[in-house]
Design a protein around this ligand. Structure first.
Ligand SMILES: *Cc1c(COP(=O)(O)O)cnc(C)c1O
Length: 378
C-alpha cells in the first residue's frame, strides 16, 4: 500500500517543543501561563486592526461565547450561512435559539447578500423577530462579500459574527479575515492551516470584551476571596501546553499560507485543460484566499463521470478527498429551521470535492495526484 496522502494534516514548524518544554520547566501545566499570553499576542500582532484575542479550547467554544455576549437566548433567531461545517450553527442551538439558514452566492460560495437581506426583512416583517446576530463564514479560506454583508448588517443594526475558522491569513480588499466581525472566531483544530492539536480563539473589538471572554471561559468567578458566581461560567480556556504548540505554529504561519496557495496553483495547472472541472478560485483581486482546502466542481453537463468515481479513484491510491460541506438546512438535526435561498449550496455540494491541500504535500504526493487525474479521463 502506498503511503497515505491526507486531505490536510498537522504540519509542525519546529519551535513547538521548545515552548512546551518551557511550560514543563516552570510547571505551568494548566489553562494559563506565558504560552497562552504570548500566543494571544502573536495572533493580535498577525491580525492587527486593534483587535484582541482570547485563546480558547476550540473554535466552537469561541462562537458559543460570542453569541452569549451578544445576548442570544432562548427563543431568539440567529442568521447563519447554510453552506458550512456544523460547528458554525451548533452553538445557536446550545442557547435555545433557532438558526435561520441562508444560501450561498454562486461565485463566492459564502452567504448571498441578496438572500441575507431577504431573510432579515422577512423575519422582521412576517415573524416579528429581528435576528440577534448574523454568522458569516469564509469557506475553505475564501473571503465572503464583506462590503455588501456589512452594509446590510449596519443598516439593520444586527451584529456580525465572523466564523474565520478556515480563513486565517485570507484577506478581503487587503484587510485580514478575522477582523471584520463584532466578534470573530478562529480555530486551531488538527486539520486547520495551523493547529494547537485542538484550540480556538475569539477576536474582539475591545479589551473589555476580551476580558469578559476570559472571565466566562474560566468559570465566571466574581472578584471575591471565596468562590462566588453571579453568572453561568464555562471551562473553555486554552491549555498552556496547547498554546505552546500555537506559539511555534505562529512562527511559520506566513510560510503555511504560501504553501497552501502554491497547492492551489498546482491544481489550477493540473485542471487547466480539463473542461469539465472548475477549480474554485478568487473572482477578482478584492479576494485573497489562504486556500485552506482547494476544491473543484465537476460539471455534469460536460462529463458522465461523477465525484464519487473520482473519490474512488483517489482512494485506490490511498489519497484522501472530502465532499464539500453538506448544507445545514439539509441536515436532519436542523430540518425544522427556516431557510432562504435557491439551492445554490445544494448544487455545489452535489458537484464538488475537496482535494489534498496540506502545507506538507510533497512533490511526490503531487505526482501521484497528477497520475490519478490523468488516468481518470473526464
Ligand atoms: C473547524 C471549524 C469550526 C470549529 O472549530 P473547532 O476548533 O473544531 O471547534 C467552526 N467553523 C468552521 C467553518 C470550521 O471549519
Amino acid at each position: 500500500m502506498e503511503s497515505k496522502i491526507w486531505l490536510s494534516s498537522p504540519h509542525m514548524g519546529g519551535g513547538e517543543m521548545k515552548y512546551i518544554q518551557e511550560a514543563f520547566d516552570h510547571n505551568w501545566v494548566a489553562p494559563l501561563g506565558k504560552n497562552v499570553d504570548e500566543f494571544e499576542m502573536a495572533i493580535q500582532d498577525f491580525l492587527g486592526e486593534n483587535k484582541y484575542a482570547a485563546a480558547l479550547s476550540s473554535g466552537t467554544a469561541a462562537l458559543h461565547l460570542a453569541l452569549i455576549q451578544l445576548g442570544v437566548g432562548y427563543g431568539d433567531e440567529v442568521i447563519c450561512q447554510s453552506f458550512t461545517f456544523s460547528a458554525s450553527a451548533n452553538p445557536i442551538k446550545y442557547l435555545g435559539a433557532t438558526p435561520v439558514f441562508v444560501d450561498s452566492d454562486k461565485t463566492n460560495w459564502n452567504i448571498s447578500p441578496e438572500y441575507l437581506e431577504m431573510a432579515i426583512a422577512d423575519r422582521i416583517k412576517n415573524h416579528k423577530k429581528k435576528p440577534k446576530a448574523v454568522i458569516v463564514v469564509h469557506l475553505y479560506g475564501m473571503p465572503a462579500k464583506m462590503d455588501e454583508i456589512l452594509e446590510i448588517c449596519n443598516r439593520y443594526e444586527i451584529p456580525l459574527v465572523e466564523d474565520s475558522a478556515e480563513s486565517l491569513g485570507s484577506k478581503y480588499k487587503g484587510r485580514k479575515c478575522g477582523t471584520f466581525g463584532e466578534f470573530s472566531v478562529l480555530s486551531f483544530n488538527g486539520n486547520k492551516i495551523i493547529t494547537t492539536s485542538g484550540g480556538g480563539a475569539l477576536m474582539t473589538g475591545t479589551k473589555e470584551q476580551k476580558n469578559k471572554t476570559i472571565f466566562l471561559s474560566t468559570q465566571a468567578r466574581d472578584q471575591a476571596l471565596h468562590y462566588q458566581h453571579s453568572e453561568v461560567g464555562y471551562n473553555y480556556r486554552l491549555s498552556n501546553i496547547c498554546a505552546g504548540i500555537g506559539r511555534g505554529q505562529m512562527e511559520v504561519l506566513e510560510e503555511r499560507i504560501l504553501q497552501r496557495r502554491a497547492n492551489h496553483d498546482f491544481y489550477k495547472e493540473l485542471f487547466a485543460d480539463i473542461e469539465a472541472v472548475d477549480v474554485f478560485t478568487e473572482a477578482d483581486s478584492d479576494f485573497c484566499s489562504n486556500h485552506w482546502l482547494t476544491s473543484i466542481l465537476i460539471n455534469p453537463n460536460l462529463t458522465e463521470r461523477t465525484k464519487e468515481e473520482l473519490t474512488a479513484a483517489f482512494a485506490e491510491r490511498n489519497i484522501e478527498t472530502r465532499p464539500l460541506w453538506k448544507p445545514m438546512h439539509l441536515q436532519p438535526v436542523f430540518a425544522d429551521c427556516p431557510y432562504y435561498g435557491a439551492n445554490v449550496a445544494e448544487e455545489l455540494f452535489n458537484q464538488g470535492l475537496c482535494l489534498p491541500s496540506g502545507s506538507n504535500l510533497t512533490n511526490d504526493d503531487k505526482r501521484r495526484i497528477d497520475e490519478v487525474i490523468n488516468h481518470f479521463k473526464f
